[in-house]
Structures are given as structure tokens and as C-alpha cells.
Ligand binder design. Structure first.
Ligand SMILES: NC(=O)c1ccc[n+]([C@@H]2O[C@H](COP(=O)([O-])OP(=O)(O)OC[C@H]3O[C@@H](n4cnc5c(N)ncnc54)[C@H](O)[C@@H]3O)[C@@H](O)[C@H]2O)c1
Length: 340
């Protein structure tokens, strides 16, 4: 299949490109490199069999999209490109709505014009806000508490409405909105890794402390109603996450409007993650205990039973040591990330 991967030079998108190439697909990766890494694309090229094309460009550029979708006869889109920091979205809400919502609309319009029939969208558990029920099933009311979550929820709504209209006029269009929990780990062959600038994700932040690149790790809140007082989150390995994308893409039939949670279905606390990093790396580092951050719910973890039931997907890498170990291996071979 000819697949367009937006945000393909980013952390998760590059893992999708890698898996699609391995599965024999032809991949166009489109990324404006605002937060992505051309080095990730170069790392994938040798094993790509000439089936990888990287285009530096923006999903808000309609003329570019028209040209890419048509010239490469794109049959499916995996849409990862987005700004993805909750705190930044509170500081710059309009930038998030522009990039994540308005530019996604441009992408969906271009797909409609080019006759692309399959669309897989990176949504997020942030669309649920602070849900009252744990674990979180897909039927939970979506009430985002920040512009990031809202910018993604708008895209889900656009996809639902567009798919409904396409079905009504007998045109095939199918989409899946995949609501990720916390994505972690790296490709276990060591080619790709996680490199965000700035880094805010818990596991890489702690790994940077273990490497001595950070003076300390701050734990935000130790008085939550959880067994050890720190926040609990659901960490899904990036390879498992991409495996779910591949299954979903294979399963999409005309008219499908699917939503799935992607998580392992259990949570780990911040303290558990810190202990696991110490165990895996054999390094010690300073931990600072600070106050809670506004808008951090005590516990978030997925009910992933819908995708297990419907597509037989379940996360295979659920041991915290294995998840962290894969990330640490890449950190050791790339001590300062891509391009350094
Ligand atoms: N990392 C997580 O734990 C997590 C959790 C839930 C959802 N998500 C979603 O997964 C997706 C990928 O996240 P990630 O962690 O890989 O982030 P990332 O920043 O590493 O990747 C995003 C990529 O999109 C590119 N990009 C952004 N805006 C673009 C635009 N307008 N045009 C072209 N390229 C653009 C960036 O340059 C970057 O390479 C995002 O949509 C994010 O919201 C991530």
C-alpha cells in the first residue's frame, strides 16, 4: 500500500515509518521538522529498499498535499503531525488550534479531494480530561481540560462528520481515532529512539538524569490518593502502539468510524518509574519532591479491551524494565540524541 505518514520524522511517526517499510509498504513521510529529526529518516533509509521518500513540508500546505497525495497515489494516511505539549498548549492555545486542528482540516480536505479512503489519527487520552471512571473505556465522555486535548478532539469530530457524509453519498471513507496513553520505549533494534526538544516525557527525563544530563528529576506531587502518593499513568511501548496502527489499518472497511484506546490497561506510579530506571540503568540521581501541577489527575489508565476484542491487539511489552530498557539502549548509543 502507498501510505503517507505525517509527522514521520517525530518519535512515534518514525516508528510507524519503520514498521510500514518492514511490512513492505511504500511510505512517504511528511514532516516540517519543527520538532522532528531528519536523522531518523536517514537511519531508516538503508533498510527501506528504496520505498521511503521524505518530504520536508507542512500539513497546512494544501498545494503540497495535493501534489504529494496525487503523485504518490496515496491510499492511506497515518496522521501523527502535531504539537503535543499540554503546558505549551495552555500558553499558546491558538498555535495548537492552528497546527493541530486547522491544519488537520486542510489535510482531511486534501484527502477527500484526492480520494484517500483510509485515515488513522493519533488522538490522545487527553481528550477525556479528568474522567470519573478508571480504567477508561472509549465510551467515557470526552471533556478535555486543556487546548491540546481540545485541539485533538476537534479532529475526531471532523473525521466523524466527514465519514458520515461520505457514507451518505456512497463514497468510501474510513477512519480510526486511536487514543494513546503514555507512549514509551524505542525500537528494539536500536535504530530509532525518543528525542523531544524540550523533553517533558517522564521516562526520557529520568533517563537524562541517569545520564547526568540533568541535575535532578522533579516529582510533582506526593500527596495524591494513590498507594505511594505519586501520579499513576499507563505506559504503552511504541512498538506495540504501532502494531495496533497496522492492525487497524488492515481492518478498516469503507464507512468504518472506529475509536480505540491504546494502553496496556494498568498504571505505574512516578516512584515506580524512578525505581525501575535506577534498576535498569544501575545509575543513581537526585530526586526533588515538588508540589502538584495543576491539571494532573491522580490516576489515568486505559481500558484497552475494545481493541483486544475486535482486533486481537494487546500490548506484548508490558514489563516496565523492558520498556525502559529499550529506551536506555538508544540513549546509550545516542548520548545526546539525534544529530549530536
Ligand atoms: N508521545 C506520547 O506519549 C503521545 C501521547 C498521546 C498522543 N500523542 C500524539 O502522537 C503524535 C506523535 O507524537 P510524538 O511524541 O511522536 O511527537 P513528536 O513531536 O516527536 O512528533 C510530531 C512530529 O510532527 C511534526 N509536525 C508538527 N506539526 C507539523 C505540521 N504542521 N506539518 C508537518 N509536520 C509537523 C513535528 O516536526 C514532529 O516531527 C502526536 O500527534 C501526539 O499528539 C503522543
Amino acid at each position: 500500500m502507498n501510505v503517507l505518514v505525517t509527522g514521520g520524522a517525530g518519535y512515534i511517526g518514525s516508528h510507524a515509518v519503520q514498521r510500514l517499510l518492514r511490512d513492505g509498504h511504500t511510505v512517504t513521510s511528511l514532516d516540517n521538522l519543527y520538532r522532528g529529526h531528519a536523522e531518523a529518516m536517514e537511519a531508516l533509509r538503508p533498510a527501506s529498499g528504496g520505498r521511503l521518500e521524505f518530504v520536508k513540508g507542512d500539513i497546512g500546505d494544501r498545494a503540497l498535499l495535493d501534489s504529494v497525495l496525487r503523485s504518490r497515489s496515496v491510499e492511506a494516511v497515518m496522521h501523527f503531525a502535531a504539537l503535543a505539549y499540554v503546558g505549551e498548549s495552555v500558553q499558546q492555545p491558538l498555535a495548537y488550534y492552528r497546527n493541530n486542528t486547522a491544519s488537520a482540516l486542510t489535510l482531511i480536505e486534501a484527502c477527500a479531494a484526492a480520494g484517500v479512503e483510509k485515515f488513522v489519527f493519533s488522538s490522545t487520552c487527553a481528550t477525556y480530561g479528568e474522567p470519573p471512571v478508571m480504567p477508561i473505556p472509549e465510551t467515557t465522555e470526552q471533556r478535555p481540560i486543556n487546548p491540546y486535548g481540545m485541539s485533538k478532539l476537534h479532529v475526531e469530530h471532523m473525521l466523524f462528520d466527514h465519514a458520515k457524509e461520505r457514507a451518505a453519498v456512497g463514497k468510501p471513507f474510513a477512519f480510526a481515532a486511536l487514543r494513546y496513553f503514555n507512549v514509551a520505549g524505542s525500537d528494539r533494534t536500536g535504530v530509532l529512539g525518543e528525542h523531544h526538544e524540550p523533553e517533558t516525557h517522564l521516562i526520557p527525563v529520568i533517563l537524562q538524569a541517569a545520564q547526568g544530563r540533568r541535575e535532578s528529576v522533579t516529582v510533582f506531587g506526593t500527596d495524591y490518593p494513590t498507594p505511594d502518593g505519586t501520579c499513576i499513568r499507563d505506559y504503552v511501548h511504541v512498538e506495540d502502539l504501532i502494531d495496533a496502527h497496522v492492525r487497524v489499518l488492515g481492518a478498516l472497511r469503507p464507512g468504518d468510524q472506529r475509536t480505540y484506546n491504546l494502553g496496556i490497561g494498568r498504571g505505574y506510579s512516578v516512584k515506580e518509574i524512578i525505581d525501575a530506571v535506577r534498576r535498569v540503568t544501575g545509575k543513581d540521581f537526585k530526586v526533588v519532591y515538588g508540589p502538584r501541577r495543576p491539571g494532573d489527575p491522580p490516576t489515568l489508565f486505559a481500558d484497552p479491551s475494545k481493541i483486544r476484542r475486535e482486533l486481537g491487539w494487546t500490548a506484548a511489552i508490558t514489563d516496565l524494565g523492558d520498556i525502559i530498557g529499550s529506551a536506555w539502549a538508544w540513549f546509550q548509543s545516542h548520548p545526546r540524541g539525534y544529530g549530536v
